[in-house]
Design a protein around this ligand. Structure first.
Ligand SMILES: Nc1ncnc2c1ncn2[C@@H]1O[C@H](COP(=O)(O)OP(=O)(O)OP(=O)(O)O)[C@@H](O)[C@H]1O
Ligand SMILES: [Mg+2]
Length: 213
């Protein structure tokens, strides 16, 4: 088996990397039926904290995911090793992609870039996209925390389209259930399966799988 390595990266802090990584992992495991591994290369360890909460809620052997950490160039080696026995390897990275996230971007089949619809986030995104391009890794943008105020979003969607970046049509709204599910070591598809947020995640996964295989 050689699974897909998906690295979630974005220079801008707080853009939703960890939230997206956790939600992708849970949803891909459920949808594909294949084993899924998550790899935390962020020294903040947020994805690891989420995973520990998950172990407490579900039991250590019932998380449905394999969790590892790595640092520096160990991330590339660990990701490739996990891909031999997992259908998907999801890597969560720290902000400041230029140094810390580079090995994870290098190892990836795709870089998934969450972006909040603000001009400042779009500026920061170009650094992440450029780094992915230098490593010859295709990048896919995912709009996250999209506010209900349609005007700003429309303007930003136009600006992102004008940037030429490959952006998924599926978007995640700014919804508190994302934060509360994370706090319980869960995803919104588990905690609130009939919520708008869960619908958004399901649409995102469908589109993502059609792109990355
Ligand atoms: N779609 C969303 N709706 C509501 N809140 C969200 C959403 N996505 C992320 N958040 C919240 O935004 C904050 C930052 O999210 P997260 O930790 O996933 O970002 P990050 O990019 O991993 O941050 P860092 O750069 O520090 O690693 C968290 O409080 C999280 O709960
Ligand atoms: Mg994070």
């Amino acid at each position: 088996m050689s699974g897909r390595i998906l690295t979630v990266a974005q220079q801008k802090g707080g853009s939703g990397k960890t939230t997206l990584a956790a939600h992708l992992a849970v949803a891909l495991a459920a949808k594909s039926g294949e084993p899924v591994a998550i790899l935390d290369v962020d020294p903040q360890g947020s994805l690891g904290t989420w995973y520990e909460a998950r172990e407490e809620t579900l039991g250590e052997d019932e998380t449905g995911l394999e969790f590892r950490t790595a640092s520096g160039w160990g991330a590339r080696r660990e990701a490739r090793s996990l891909a031999r026995s997992h259908g998907y390897v999801i890597i969560d990275t720290p902000p400041k992609t230029d140094t810390d996230a580079k090995p994870a971007i290098d190892a990836a089949d795709f870089v998934i870039v969450p972006i909040q619809p603000t001009p400042v986030d779009l500026w920061a995104t170009s650094q992440t996209i450029d780094l992915a391009a230098r490593e010859d890794t295709p990048a896919l943008l995912v709009m996250n925390r999209v506010p209900p105020r349609a005007s700003l979003t429309g303007e930003m969607a136009d600006a992102i389209a004008a940037s030429g970046y490959d952006t998924l049509g599926a978007r995640l709204g700014n919804r508190t259930v994302f934060a509360s599910a994370m706090g319980r070591g869960a995803s919104v598809t588990e905690n609130a399966p009939s919520s708008k947020a869960a619908q958004e995640v399901n649409l995102l996964i469908e589109e993502l799988v059609s792109r990355v295989g």
